[in-house]
Write a protein that binds this ligand. Structure first.
Ligand code: UDP
Length: 242
């Protein structure tokens, strides 16, 4: 799909931890990590300002450990630490591509990365650095969707891109139902009312309140990120529709 949508200059890209597993069932696949880093480097080279929020589901997911008897809050803190590990992995891969990055964590850990400081993060962006936000909100009972939306609003991003393993939002799971159709465009309200599992409801409503479009696309296809930020490629946009 191509449209006349102007390119979003400052972007927050949310990458779910699961993307980093590649075809494995757990952990970080180095080849996939390098591919994602190359795609991000390409976008930075084209002059886009980029913030990243990375999930932790490839390493640890609080809710599933809580299901097996661990206290939910403790399990969620472990999940947040998993996002820090992914952030460091991505930082290292990006620096190999020559991209300057800073990791900022919502849970201060001075020996590892910077603490989250909004004004400092803005300054990094202005200097052309990629800022990777780690440890979510620093609070349990959330996934990384809500911190992705919050940071997008705080950083004045023009769009929140959600990089997944599917190329948009479908009427049903396309891996299970071959008749599933991809939506080109949806309103925030449609996503909330139909309970389409795109992102957590708190993230969707934060984007609605701040009129920041959400673009869902596949990050597993090399080169796709650049196509999407330039307005081409295949994706679903969630925004206010007239
Ligand atoms: N998490 C949390 N608060 C946050 C962000 C993350 O408690 O603000 C925890 C939560 O346990 C979550 C885990 O970190 O399951 C990893 O994040 P997520 O599930 O969003 O990873 P993804 O699905 O994107 O890989």
């Amino acid at each position: 799909m191509t449209d006349e949508r102007p390119p979003y200059r400052r972007i927050l890209l949310k990458v779910s931890g699961e993307v980093l597993m590649g075809d494995a069932a757990f952990g970080i696949d180095m080849a996939t990590l390098e591919t994602v880093a190359r795609d991000i480097a390409q976008v930075v080279a084209h002059g886009f300002e980029l913030c990243l929020v990375i999930g932790g589901g490839n390493l640890f997911r609080g809710v599933s450990m809580a299901g097996r008897g661990m206290e939910r809050a403790s399990a969620d803190y472990m999940g947040m630490l998993a996002t820090v590990m992914n952030a460091l992995a991505l930082q290292s891969a990006l620096e190999k591509e020559g991209v300057h990055t800073r990791v900022q964590s919502a849970i201060p850990m001075d020996a590892v990365c910077e603490p989250y400081i909004r004004r400092r993060a803005l300054r990094h962006l202005e200097k052309g650095r990629v800022v990777i936000f780690a440890a979510g909100l620093g609070a349990p009972f959330f996934t990384t969707d809500t911190p992705a939306a919050l940071r997008a609003a705080e950083m004045g991003c023009h769009a929140l891109l959600k990089g997944t393993s599917v190329d948009g939002v479908y009427t049903a799971d396309p891996k299970i139902d071959p008749t599933a159709k991809r939506y080109e465009r949806l309103s925030y309200q449609e996503v909330l009312a139909q309970n389409l599992r795109v992102m957590d409801a708190s993230a969707i409503s934060l984007m609605r309140d701040n009129a920041i479009p959400i673009v869902v696309f596949s990050i597993r296809e090399p080169g796709n990120l650049l196509r999407v930020v330039k307005g081409g490629g295949v994706y679903t946009t969630i925004e206010e529709t007239a």
